[in-house]
Design a protein around this ligand. Structure first.
Ligand SMILES: [Zn+2]
Length: 506
């Protein structure tokens, strides 16, 4: 009898796992798109995880592990590695999905109360960067922290669960889980970033102090984190970066590389203004490459251009993947790769030649310096986030990490931070490292483009052909592999450091 019952239960095989990656990703992306595009109020990812729970079960992890062990020595098992990462990470996400949905719901509904006004929690950053009065920024920030402390109560439980589960799954800690599944040596990356931080220390302090003094009337030592977005508001550039021309400039850039946007009916641009649409641009690769959605709600100014070009980079990367690639390479893999292509486009509106030719900016030097100080600040910020997260995820979360967070960020950035952001400022699974690797890879891809096609590579059809070839592989190759295929030995931050040093030299 037992045997009969057992035979009746569908056992989970590898084929079923492989089959369901795509429909799961499609359902999840559709849900994100509908919520962020303002088409649907609530976000119900828990339902989707429920439907596809078998992808993230302990059995699924075991099935993939067994297949990896059985594979022959010379067999290419990268897709199995990607699948193992997907199942294990998904297992962790699945275990905390109730906390995640609670945080999202709380954030969507929370309001910050100030002088009789009620400001939606997620709208606070927009308010802060447009508020010229430092005292008012302080008051708004203090009011925001009251809500942050409430959210921290959920986040700390969520993180403790993640930390505990990592040990249950047989890893030393969460750092070890992420590092061994993704195959990234975070310590080595930290070393590389440490030397970048040291090497750019004096340059950062003088240029950032100068920028803050000029634009916010504050020295670097006086400034708080909430003063920084205001200092980088750059209102005087608004007249060139108009929202009316945004999409047209992006399309013109693609055409310059021989890429005709008309020939990409699979990439849908959503510009519609809906009251609940998020102010942040995003790309939803709902079905790769057949249905990729590029969404923005332009508000005017340089940030629109950086954000839309960034998401456009993702859209063309996913939208150009070969349809016959297996789903593991179209949906999974190393996200440093798609982020690098996003950065490649993201930084075109900071490129002096692009600014002159596409926007008609007469003397781009001042604007380019402004963007490079911003970039240097972000590189140092993410370097310090990596250092902090390596400490945080090496054990179990405690209240002590509030001070550790503040100290790590202040050491690299020199302006003041609140310790209350010690959980809110952390993305899952060391995504900070994906960004850092993407910044490095982008610097190297761009250097290769410049060397082969000239400084105005973005006007060369051959550069477009070169990119389309790289895009066609989706995320089959990791950033470490991709950088070798374009002629480098390894990921090396030298290119971005030199760009910043040259651009910011007096
Ligand atoms: Zn991105």
């Amino acid at each position: 009898m037992m045997r009969f019952i057992h035979a009746d239960m569908p056992s989970l095989d590898l084929a079923r796992l492989m089959e369901d990656v795509e429909p799961f990703e499609c359902a999840l992306m559709e849900e994100f798109y509908n919520n962020y595009a303002g088409l649907k109020d609530e976000m119900r990812t828990a339902d989707i995880y429920g439907r596809y729970g078998h992808l993230f079960s302990e059995e699924a992890i075991a099935v993939v592990a067994a297949s990896m062990e059985q594979a022959g020595e010379n067999e290419d098992i990268r897709w199995l590695r990607f699948l193992r990462t997907f199942s294990t990470m998904g297992h962790v996400e699945n275990a905390v999905k109730a906390f995640t949905d609670r945080v999202n719901t709380y954030e969507t509904q929370a309001v910050v109360k100030l002088d009789g006004d009620e400001i939606p929690y997620r709208f606070v950053p927009v308010k802060l960067r447009n508020e010229p009065d430092a005292k008012k920024r302080r008051a708004l920030f203090d009011a925001k922290i009251v809500v942050t402390e409430k959210i921290n109560e959920i986040l700390v439980e969520r993180m403790a669960t993640v930390h505990d589960l990592s040990v249950v799954l047989g890893f030393k800690n969460y750092k070890d889980l992420c590092s061994s599944l993704k195959g990234i040596d975070y310590r080595a990356l930290e070393d590389q970033m440490d030397s970048l931080v040291r090497r750019t220390e004096a340059l950062y302090m003088s240029t950032m102090d100068g920028l803050l003094t000029e634009r916010a009337g504050l020295s670097l030592a006086e400034a708080w984190s909430f003063d920084i977005p205001y200092a980088f508001r750059g209102q005087e550039f608004d007249e060139l970066f108009t929202k009316e021309l945004l999409v047209e400039k992006f399309y013109a850039t693609l055409r310059g590389m021989g890429i005709d946007p008309e020939r990409y009916p699979n990439i849908h641009v959503d510009l519609e203004d809906r009251p609940k649409k998020t102010p942040r641009a995003f790309c939803a690769p709902v079905k790769v490459p057949d249905d990729v959605r590029l969404v923005i709600r332009p508000t005017g100014g340089w940030r629109d251009y950086d954000a839309f070009f960034h998401e456009g980079g993702h859209a063309w990367h996913f939208g150009s993947a070969r349809p016959d690639l297996s789903p593991e390479y179209r949906y999974l893999g190393d996200n440093s790769v798609t982020e690098a292509f996003a950065f490649l486009f993201n930084y075109l509106p900071s490129n002096p030649l692009w600014l002159k030719e596409m926007l008609g900016m007469k003397d781009p030097e001042g604007y380019v310096r402004f963007t490079l100080v911003n970039k240097l600040m972000f590189l140092r910020r993410y370097a310090s986030k990596l250092t902090y997260e390596l400490k945080l995820h090496s054990g179990r979360v405690t209240a002590e990490f509030q001070d550790i967070y503040r100290n790590c960020l202040q050491k690299a950035l020199k302006f003041r931070h609140t310790e209350k952001h010690y959980l809110e400022d952390v993305d899952d699974a060391f995504y900070c490292a994906e960004y850092l690797r993407a910044w490095i890879l982008e610097g190297q891809i761009r250097a290769a483009l410049e060397e082969q096609f000239g400084e105005d590579w973005f006007k060369k059809e051959k550069a477009g052909t070169f990119l389309k070839e790289l895009w066609s592989y989706g995320q089959k190759f990791t950033a470490d592999e991709l950088v070798k295929t374009i002629g480098y030995v390894d990921l090396d931050p030298e290119h971005i450091v030199m760009e910043i040093e040259r651009g910011l030299a007096d």
